[in-house]
Design a protein around this ligand. Structure first.
Ligand SMILES: [Zn+2]
Length: 248
């Protein structure tokens, strides 16, 4: 039986391992998150190919006895150099990769996960500072759905009442739920984030359009602030640490 396995893969993270090797984490269509060792010094050709956000065909040698994986080849089909040209693009892409890595152990639908990530990263390559933040929020909102953890924009998570179209909703950081005004108990301290009807509409649109078209749907300053807070709260919950999206 061949021990070389082929994958359609996106590089999420690369870090040093020992003196001259590297440890790479991929999102693959076949098995989800995959960790493999990259052998070779700074001059190795593979080393320049296996870099964050490169995507292509990966060949991995699996040693079943030691259960170790070694990168044999990586044929890059998409380099995404634009992600390194602007700090905000890089920052959004790094957070996106971190969020995907946090889903380790989640099962199934990896082809869809790869498509979601690929679409957002491609749009990020063209984004300005502002757009980079909203593309990340869009990705987070879609990723939450992929994980099966996204609250409904139509019904209260607690009492299941249908929201009026012009009603304000409240997002609970601790529960990760969206609540109607009667279920979001007063006083609404730091636990609750306001979600105005305008942001609700934007989230609905962001869910249904390709990331490349998101720039057509801008938010005013107040809604943009709400979107940042919501994105930060959701990402913080997924990553298990405090995070502020769109702030250096
Ligand atoms: Zn309710």
């Amino acid at each position: 039986m061949s021990r070389n396995q082929r994958y359609t893969a996106l590089v999420l993270r690369v870090r040093p391992q020992g003196e001259s090797n590297r440890e790479a984490f991929f999102l693959t269509a076949e098995e989800g998150i995959l960790r493999a060792t990259l052998y070779g010094g700074p001059k190795s050709k593979l080393r320049s190919q296996v870099a964050p956000w490169h995507a292509g065909r990966l060949l991995v040698y699996h040693d079943p006895v030691r259960d170790s994986r070694k990168i044999s080849d990586f044929d890059v089909e998409s380099w995404k150099p634009g992600l390194r040209e602007l700090y905000d693009r890089t920052a959004s892409a790094m957070t996106l990769a971190e969020i995907i890595l946090a889903a380790q152990g989640g099962g199934g639908g990896w082809e869809q996960a790869l498509a979601l990530a690929g679409e957002s990263l491609s749009a990020l390559e063209e984004a300005d500072e502002n757009e980079a933040v909203f593309l990340l929020i869009q990705f987070i909102w879609r990723w939450l759905d992929f994980l099966g953890q996204r609250p409904s924009l139509d019904y209260c998570s607690s009492c299941a009442c249908e929201y009026p179209p012009d009603g304000v909703l409240w997002y609970s950081r601790y529960e990760g739920s969206l609540l109607c005004p009667s279920c979001a108990h007063s006083p609404r301290g730091d636990d609750y984030l306001e979600l105005s009807p305008g942001l609700r509409r934007w989230l609905g649109i962001a869910d249904s359009i390709a990331p490349g078209n998101l720039r057509r749907y801008t938010l005013d300053a107040s809604l943009a602030g709400q979107a940042r807070s919501l994105g930060s709260a959701i990402a913080g919950g997924l990553l298990g640490r405090k995070i502020r999206i769109g702030e250096i």
